[in-house]
Design a protein around this ligand. Structure first.
Ligand SMILES: *[C@@H]1O[C@H](CO)[C@@H](O)[C@H](O)[C@H]1NC(C)=O
Ligand SMILES: *[C@@H]1O[C@H](CO)[C@@H](O)[C@H](O)[C@H]1NC(C)=O
Length: 501
């Protein structure tokens, strides 16, 4: 019982050794017969490929078989002399993809080759750009994704063109390239333009392209808050308010409407424009009418500030206010005249100089005038700037006002204001200054003379016996260099003393 167990165990120990030995025998046997398969690992659909199979060092004729995916027999080349390789020419179809190996058989033995995996590459066709959202028009700041789509194709790479220049992840404006997509996370105005793509694949250095058509992408701007303004005009006996509504920014089409006292009175949709105007009948002293503009697109709706439509006729007083402007050295250089009208929503203002309208107001005058007039109007003619105050600009100024919507209405005039005449004015000041200076100098001289006289008097009393030259110590102190000047001075002092005596 014990010995039989021992014997069984010995048999079990021997088994792995035997298995290993038979394995080595098999390897060495097949090694000598193993054929080698060579051929491409990728090929375009419909192209032709060649696989080569050879069993080296065979003296006997060999039969070669090309087999796909372990079982499907593709082709046979029979009884080739031992040193010749078998060539298998294949036309690549959709089903050609798979793993290939070859089998070499001699009357003595059979060998199996390495295997090669063949990928079938389908060139791209019917490439086009699609977009999300579609059509490719996006508001600033929103997301836009363009895709490069093909009807057919495999193993594809994608190249994007923006305005015919290749897009990379480094080009500006920034975009994100992933797979067949070009993504703009936040659309900016610079993104607007023409996009196209190419889908391509490559097999052993051979590239096949398919290009899309160009697609135009537009970037839409959001509307800005609408503004409102109005003017009055007269037609026959009726008055109308011409209310203008506009946005400064935004992409059409935009619907613009006007409401008066919360009731819509007009609406237009502009395919091009961001401006619209509406006519509203007006009556003097009518009930308060509050107008508002509204602009609307598919994504936005904005309303303007309210504006009260009123038509107050020009009335009350008209007055000219003058403001003089001085240069750094206190010279009068310019003047600003303002016309103030106490009442009236739409005054038309006009200016008169010496009872005739300003040279700048009538074109002919300014052409024939020998000297140019330096006046400029601003703030709807309310302000008149006189850039220079020469004789041409000086005189009596009057401003007058009437309703702009009533050309036949009466003017309301201001009082005349004298402006300029500056040269005479300045001369007077200069003369006065000179006279005053002379007077001041005279007074100083007289004062100095008096002081000297007093001093001289005391001196003469102390030293009775002195020469003539000693009598002028002041001249010797102040001007030691020139004797002639001393004489002049001494004479002056003589003269002064004579006066004071
Ligand atoms: C209304 O005003 C606009 C300008 O704001 C002008 O273009 C238009 O001609 C005016 N309409 C009338 C009828 O006066
Ligand atoms: C306007 O009249 C004043 C006073 O008569 C005169 O000094 C001035 O030169 C005149 N101005 C013009 C531009 O004629």
């Amino acid at each position: 019982m014990w010995s039989s167990v021992m014997k069984n165990q010995q048999t079990l120990n021997l088994l792995p050794v035997l298995a290993l030995a038979s394995f080595f025998i098999r390897i060495s046997g097949s090694m000598s017969l193993q054929p080698v398969l060579s051929g491409p690992d990728a090929a375009f659909l419909s192209s032709r490929v060649t696989f080569r199979c050879i069993r080296p060092d065979s003296s006997l004729p060999v039969t070669y078989e090309l087999i796909r995916d372990g079982s499907a027999l593709i082709a046979v080349v029979a009884d080739l002399p031992g040193d010749q390789k078998a060539l298998f020419h294949l036309k690549v179809t959709a089903t050609s993809e798979g793993s290939y190996h070859c089998k070499a058989t001699t009357p003595e033995s059979t060998g199996v080759s390495n295997s090669i995996r063949l990928s079938v590459v389908t060139p791209a066709s019917n490439t086009r750009v699609t977009s999300d959202p579609f059509p490719p028009a996006a508001y600033e700041g929103s997301r836009m994704a363009l895709s490069c789509s093909v009807a057919k194709g495999s193993h594809l790479f994608y190249t994007w063109l923006f305005n015919r220049k290749e897009v990379t992840s480094l080009t500006s404006p920034p975009v994100l390239l992933t797979g067949n997509e070009l993504v703009m996370g936040k659309v900016a105005p610079e993104h607007a333009g023409y996009y196209s793509c190419m889908a391509w694949s490559e097999v052993q250095g051979d590239r096949r392209f398919s290009s899309s058509q160009e697609v135009q992408m537009t970037v839409k701007a959001y509307l800005s808050k609408p503004r409102i303004s109005y003017s009055i005009f007269k037609q026959g006996a009726s008055r109308y308010g011409n209310v203008t509504c506009w946005s400064t920014r935004g992409s059409p089409p935009v619907n613009i409407s006007l409401s008066v006292n919360d009731k819509e009175v007009g609406s237009v949709t502009g395919a091009q424009s961001l401006v619209a105007w509406f006519l509203v009948a007006m009556a003097p002293r009518q009930d308060t009418a509050v107008a508002r503009c509204r602009v609307k697109t598919e994504v936005q709706e904005l309303t303007s500030e309210p504006v009260t439509l009123e038509m107050v006729p020009v009335g009350g007083h008209v007055k000219v206010e003058v403001e003089y402007l001085y240069s750094a050295d206190s010279k009068l250089v310019a003047a600003k005249l303002t016309c103030q009208v106490s009442r009236g929503t739409f005054p038309h203002i006009s200016w008169l100089l010496n009872n005739s309208s300003l040279p700048s107001e009538t074109h002919e005058d300014s052409l024939t005038h020998p000297v140019p007039y330096h006046g400029a109007l601003a703030d709807r003619r309310r302000t008149l700037f006189l850039a220079k105050l020469g004789p041409e600009e000086s005189g009596y100024y009057v401003c007058r006002a009437r309703d702009s919507y009533n050309d036949s209405g009466a003017w309301l005039e201001s009082a005349a204001v004298l402006v300029g005449v500056t040269e005479v004015f300045l001369n007077t000041i200069e003369v006065l200054t000179i006279v005053f200076c002379c007077f001041l100098f005279l007074m100083l001289a007289v004062g100095a003379g008096c002081v000297y006289k007093m001093f001289d008097h005391k001196h003469a009393q102390a030293q009775v016996a002195t020469t003539d030259s000693d009598a002028f110590p002041l001249s010797a102190h102040t001007s030691p260099s020139g004797g002639r000047q001393d004489d002049t001075l001494s004479k002056d002092f003589d003269f002064e003393s004579e006066i004071t005596v």
